[in-house]
Design a protein around this ligand. Structure first.
Ligand code: LIP
Length: 278
């Protein structure tokens, strides 16, 4: 089935619905957090809660009602499969990004909704309910925190950069777990943070609070909306090869653009050394 490319007016409406839906799902997650949550293990250290499922169901209900022709890929499996997407518009839905924080009662988690078509990021919303932070972006129209236009930082080099990263759920089982990379970058930058929410890490790069962020083995629902925020705030998002980021590429490097190649060179060197020693 061939699908036409969404026009500007349609994308604007998509963003409006995404923002409203993210707020609604965020309020549901917040209520759940206060009323008590049921936690299960998806993997060794990978959690899911009843709230993740309830928020995803709400998001899918709202998006499929507003956009019946769009495909939806949700973290908790509530939508369709990535392989069925074709050239249809596709929503990448993380109902609660930062489930580990959420399950531990920590207030940093987000609802992340990104819309793409043909691998192009069109709009995205990242809502952080406990802070009331509403990050949003539309392709070619800038990135915002509420009404406030976002621009990446001006930090000129890695030496003075505040950088964030994260570690995948398979970290106990593989040496490809980002620990060597973490050590190498920590010794070169001004400070390192592990926020635990990829979409917030990316939003913070867009906001200029962080100068760079990278992580491996992420999924499109973790990064689609946040990557657009960084792009629209004037930053750079790429894979490990430095090419523009495809949200389906789990290796994500985001920065203010000033020392991106230097950061990539360190990550590549550490990987190559590990592979040579393996
Ligand atoms: C998580 C990320 C986190 C990352 C984890 C995971 P979830 O998403 O946002 O930063 O380190 O690997 O992908 O599972 O909480 O939605």
């Amino acid at each position: 089935m061939s699908t036409s490319i969404l026009g500007e007016g349609e994308i604007a409406r998509c963003l409006e619905v995404a923002r409203e839906t993210a707020r609604e799902a965020g309020a549901l997650a917040q209520r759940g957090r206060h009323e008590g949550i049921a936690i299960e293990n998806k993997g060794e250290v990978d959690l899911v809660t009843d709230c993740d499922h309830r928020c995803e169901a709400l998001v899918i209900e709202r998006l499929s009602k507003a956009f019946p022709d769009h495909h939806i890929v949700g973290e908790e499996g509530g939508g369709g499969a990535q392989s069925d997407v074709g050239d249809q518009p596709v929503w990448y839905v993380d109902p609660i990004d930062g489930t580990t924080n959420f399950a531990h009662g920590m207030p940093w988690y987000a609802v992340s909704l990104g819309l793409e078509q043909g691998g192009v990021r069109l709009c995205g919303a990242v809502y952080v309910p406990e802070n009331g932070w509403e990050f949003h972006a539309r392709r070619g129209c800038g990135a915002y925190l509420g009404e406030h236009r976002l621009f990446v930082s001006k930090t000129p080099d890695l030496d003075r950069a505040l950088v964030a990263t994260g570690f995948g759920y398979d970290r106990r089982r593989t040496p490809d777990n980002n620990l060597d990379e973490f050590r190498a970058v920590l010794l070169r930058c001004q400070g390192m943070r592990r926020i635990g929410v990829a979409s917030i890490d990316l939003a913070m790069v867009a906001r200029g609070w962080l100068d760079a962020y990278w992580e491996i083995k992420l999924s499109p629902w973790d990064i689609s909306a946040g990557a657009l925020l960084v792009q629209e705030a004037g930053g750079r998002v790429s894979g490990l090869d430095g090419a523009d980021l495809d949200s389906r590429n789990g290796y994500t490097v985001a920065s203010n653009g000033k020392f991106h190649d230097e950061l990539i060179a360190i990550l590549q060197r550490v990987r190559a050394e590990r592979e040579a020693g393996a």
